[in-house]
Design a protein around this ligand. Structure first.
Ligand code: XMP
Length: 319
């Protein structure tokens, strides 16, 4: 039974032994796993680590700034931020199919990341936030045991194209252990215990074609929902909660006029393993507050709905 501090020390030694005085590249997403790898490697090898953070334009409100603040400003990690919103949204133009969108977002990520990596000289290793369940899952996928319902793009893909040796210090750890390491390494609690966020981001929370206008509205609605969940002490009672943009217009009455505006759906679930999930029985007062705020504060939204579907058959994401 190892303590987080012992695991960190052990991994620091292993990384130093593997890497020596050479250089490591890490794709930092802001998620728990890559964040913990960044903090760990920074502690182990300092400036021999370079992180690339790709802003795909499909992140949550202020997410890019928060990642830069935590890692670059506070910790002194070398992070290159790539603003690739135009590239992602351009590639997604006219595409409505969810799996097609996932593929485009995944492939564009690899293109952008590769292009950025090519500019950095003398990189010998690629670090990844692979954790034990990912190892199991991809082993199952290779033997055909996994029933792949949605293509999750955040594991694999890069090593083949980049021909770098891998550094994967979390390979033997479960999520709760990774979180404890994160806290021990001094990462902010809110970052370490944040709900999971899919690789394709808001790209699969905007139903159908993705547009910047939709993403901007959705980011604000989602931020209001999350803020009120925190205020009501419900955030950590749910496993995942978010807003979804429905590209349909519904009637609203404002003053003397009728307006046709967009619809936002709220989704909050409780689950242990994300394979099955129950919709969270949020208090009506909380839903009322979130709904009022979204409709009053965001122009362009006339209606808010709450998703009361369980998984199965409804998946957690709407796409
Ligand atoms: P579903 O919607 O399949 O989601 O019930 C189960 C969990 O997986 C996340 N999810 C994804 N994560 N890439 C990811 O990295 C994806 O394409 C993707 N699709 C779903 C979802 O947020 C939930 O936590």
């Amino acid at each position: 039974n190892w303590t987080p501090a012992q695991i960190i020390e052990d991994q620091i030694n292993r990384v130093r032994e593997q890497v020596g005085d050479r250089h490591v590249l890490l794709g930092l997403s802001g998620g728990v796993d890559s964040s913990v790898v960044a903090a760990l490697l920074h502690k182990a090898i300092g400036d021999q680590l370079t992180c690339v953070f790709v802003d795909n334009g499909l992140l949550r409100k202020d997410e890019g700034d928060q990642v830069m603040e935590t890692f670059a400003s506070h910790m002194g990690v070398r992070v290159i931020r790539v603003d690739a919103e135009d590239q992602f949204l351009g590639k997604l133009q006219g595409v409505a199919d969810p799996e097609e969108k996932r593929k485009i977002i995944g492939n564009t990520f690899i293109d952008v990341f590769d292009a950025e990596a090519a500019k950095i000289e003398g990189v010998d290793f690629l670090a990844q936030g692979t954790i034990y369940p990912d190892v199991i899952e991809s082993a199952a996928a290779k033997t055909g045991k996994a029933h792949v319902i949605k293509s999750h793009h955040n594991v694999g893909g890069l090593p083949e194209t980049m021909k770098l040796q891998l550094v994967e210090p979390l390979r033997e750890l479960f999520k709760d252990e990774v979180r404890k390491l994160g806290v021990e390494l001094g990462l902010p609690y809110d970052m370490v215990y944040r709900h999971p966020f899919p690789g394709p981001g808001l790209g699969v929370r905007i139903l159908g074609e993705v547009k910047k206008e939709y993403a901007d509205i959705l980011r604000e609605a989602d931020a209001i929902f999350i803020e009120e969940l925190h205020n009501a002490d419900w955030y950590h009672k749910t496993s995942q909660a978010f807003a979804v943009f429905l590209p349909v217009k519904s009637v609203g009455v404002v003053g003397d006029g009728r307006r046709y505006e967009w619809v936002i759906a709220l989704r909050a679930v409780e689950t242990i393993d994300f394979m099955t999930a129950r919709w969270a029985h949020l208090p009506y007062e909380l839903l009322e507050k979130v709904s009022n705020r979204i409709i009053n504060e965001l122009s362009g939204v006339s209606r808010v709905t709450y998703d009361v579907s369980s998984k199965p058959p409804a998946t957690i994401e709407w796409e």
